[in-house]
Ligand binder design. Structure first.
Ligand SMILES: Cc1ncc(C[n+]2csc(CCOP(=O)(O)OP(=O)(O)O)c2C)c(N)n1
Ligand SMILES: [Mg+2]
Length: 634
């Protein structure tokens, strides 16, 4: 029997394949790729570009094409979309060769680190190499088959290059496997040489049949669960650290039940913010270097840490100084083995929701001691009072913490706040009162300046029923404001709050704390002494945003800011509110630590002092935790 085939280019086959991929979880089936992002150049205009045109001419809804403004930004948009969709949907990104392709490397690293599925389709130089070197080709003297796209390999979970049309089906199936595996996911790269994209081939019809990728809920191994239960039952002062995995698994109701039933306090990481409502009796807020005093006090004494869906970044562990109890043991519930085994834990490699539901049954007769419940209540309510004071509006110049308080108050419970880099993520982590599992979206795996607007666009595209508030510093805004144009083009509603403190307040503060006197962190003219210490630069971010087509308001007091936000919420397009704040850090202390190295020798007294402080703080850092099943340390 001869197989039925269709003759088409590689570009066409790829586009057609993308339109027939679906995911299914909990009985809900949806398109894996609802649209495609791209910027054309000579690498993809004739291949994927031509195929997208044909696809759109046949059926504009098959794979709508979204023209982006910067390739890195497009990856951020895809990440924002995929994270908002709990990793069940994403947007593929097509780019040209060379700079268009390598602009995505940062985005790829961001996706891989945050464990978010994105499909990147960089073009590659000619497979035939007839007229090499072509425009933008790397041309290494010692290897003929390396191209700039090889730079994606270390930052991706899957990489393939389709040298011949016959390789396309295998490459695509490999790509889908990794994209739809929650334990393995991240950036997936299929590099496509420009000539191959335009090449014709006879494709088996079976390649274009609708395909459903089932995303299951792996059950925990019975013995592993029993080991975990044994450790939890013995706990006198346990705590849960909820990470992003709780939200992706939609385990938030199960977490709330488990916490209520057992009385175990719950702290959340950046990605885990929203896993539990801020006013849940067991919520102690953010953990770690940007955490609450409540969570950090409980972490310091905890005898058992139950980490659920967390990768234990240094911000979460306060650079391994947060868990100070010498006998602390860990139980980790995680879909990925990489994370499940961290901190010598009893590891339960399984779906968060399924595991929590089992623990709810198995631990029906377990409760923390009454003193632990009481301590949780006292510490959490004291932190809540701190938040109210820090965020209370006043008649003076507005502070960043007041900006957070006003956005939190003015936004609706299901609305989303988006942020990534600068001083804002830490303040948000401490102060934001989460009311919905998808209401808080801070990219803090890579903390990439420039993610904010581009990522916020992805969130807005994925959640048209929610208003998205992007909080972005002036430094990050200047790095990548261009996707405002893409948001306007796509007619999405986006409210961007630009916090203008005239430079890098976060790194300025950090610089000061390591004895470097805020060197090189403010936006100032070069002065007569040859240093960057002159007057502030005349940057007008409001005019900049207006020039891109956004509706713009300016504010410098709490009252003006609240009014500007409400005006923006009345509109259905892209609004930018530029708010001038005082650069001084007024957010309440976490009473925690983050390891940033300080110069060991220096002629500057400020650095010498900082080094002495650093050495004493570093003494609290732990390098190794004993295995959770071992006997107590001698
Ligand atoms: C792409 C990128 N480059 C550099 C950094 C290091 N960095 C972190 S925050 C920051 C300054 C951010 O400035 P701004 O957006 O104005 O926020 P602020 O610190 O003033 O709150 C820098 C340079 C980063 N996170 N990402
Ligand atoms: Mg700034």
């Amino acid at each position: 029997m001869t197989e039925k085939t269709t003759r088409a280019t590689v570009g066409k086959a790829l586009v057609r394949f993308l339109t027939c991929q679906y995911t299914e979880r909990d009985g809900v089936t949806q398109r894996l790729f609802p649209a495609c992002l791209g910027i054309f150049g000579h690498g993809n205009v004739a291949g994927i570009g031509q195929a997208l045109l044909e696809s759109e001419s046949n059926d504009p809804s098959a794979l709508p094409y979204i023209l982006g403004r910067n390739e890195q930004g497009m990856v951020h948009t895809a990440v924002g979309y995929a994270r908002a969709a709990d990793r069940l949907q994403t947007l593929p990104v097509t780019t040209s060769v060379g700079p268009g392709a390598t602009n995505m490397v940062t985005g790829a690293a961001l996706a891989t680190i945050n464990r978010i599925p994105v499909l990147l389709l960089p073009s590659d130089t000619f497979a035939t190499r007839v007229a090499t070197p072509v425009l933008q080709e790397l041309e290494l003297p010692d290897s003929g088959d390396v191209t700039v796209n090889d730079a994606f390999r270390p930052v991706s979970r899957y990489f393939d290059r389709v040298w011949r049309p016959e390789q396309l089906p295998g490459a695509l199936l490999g790509a889908m496997r990794v994209l739809t595996d929650p334990a393995d996911t991240g950036a997936v790269v299929v590099a496509l040489p420009e000539d191959v994209q335009a090449q014709a081939h006879d494709w088996p019809e079976a390649l274009f049949v609708e395909r459903v990728w089932h995303i299951g809920r792996p059950r925990p191994d019975h013995e592993a669960t029993q080991r975990a239960i044994q450790v939890i039952r013995a706990a006198r002062a346990p705590m849960i650290i909820a990470g992003g995995g709780v939200i992706y698994s939609r385990a938030t109701d199960s977490l709330a039940r488990f916490a209520q039933q057992t009385g175990v306090p719950v702290a959340h990481t950046q990605a885990g913010t929203g896993a539990l409502r801020h006013d849940h009796p067991q919520s102690v807020g953010a953990i770690g270097a940007t955490g609450t005093t409540a969570a950090n006090a409980i972490a310091a004494d905890a005898d058992v840490i139950i980490g659920i869906g967390t990768r234990y970044s240094d911000f979460t562990s306060a650079s391994n100084s947060a868990f100070a109890n010498p006998d602390v043991r860990f139980v980790n519930i995680n879909i990925a083995n990489l994370d499940a085994v961290k901190n010598s834990a009893v590891s339960v490699q399984a779906d968060a929701r399924t595991t929590l539901d089992e623990l709810i049954m198995e631990l029906a007769d377990y409760e923390v001691p009454a003193e632990h419940r009481e301590r949780t209540r006292v510490l959490a309510s004291s932190w809540r009072a701190t938040v109210v004071t820090a965020c209370a509006p006043s008649a003076d110049a507005i502070t960043q913490t007041q900006v957070i308080g006003i956005v939190n108050t003015v936004s609706a419970p299901r609305d989303v706040v988006v942020c990534a880099a600068g001083s804002m993520p830490g303040d948000l982590h401490k102060l934001w009162q989460a009311r919905d599992p998808k209401g808080y979206h801070v990219e803090y795996g890579y903390s990439c300046m420039g993610y904010e607007i581009a990522g916020g666009l992805g969130v807005a595209l994925a959640s048209p029923d929610r208003t998205v508030f992007v909080l972005v510093g002036d430094g990050s805004f200047l790095m990548m404001a261009g996707e405002l144009i893409t948001a306007i083009q796509e007619r999405v509603r986006l409210i961007v709050v630009v916090v203008d403190n005239r430079g890098f307040a976060s790194i300025g503060g950090l610089s000061e704390s390591i004895g470097s006197q805020r060197f090189g962190t403010e936006y100032r003219y070069r002065s007569a002494d040859g240093r960057l210490g002159g007057d502030p630069l005349p940057v007008d971010l409001a005019a900049n945003a207006a020039s891109l087509g956004a509706y713009v308001r300016k504010a410098s007091t709490c009252a003006e800011f609240a009014t500007a936000l409400r005006e923006a919420m009345e509109r259905t397009t892209v609004s930018v509110v530029v708010v001038e704040t005082d650069p001084a850090d007024r957010s309440p202390s976490s009473e925690s630590w983050w390891d940033v190295p300080v110069a060991e020798v220096s002629a500057l007294p400020s650095t010498q002092d900082a080094r002495a402080r650093y050495e004493s703080e570093r003494a609290a850092q732990r390098t190794y935790f004993r295995p959770a099943e071992s006997e107590r340390a001698p």
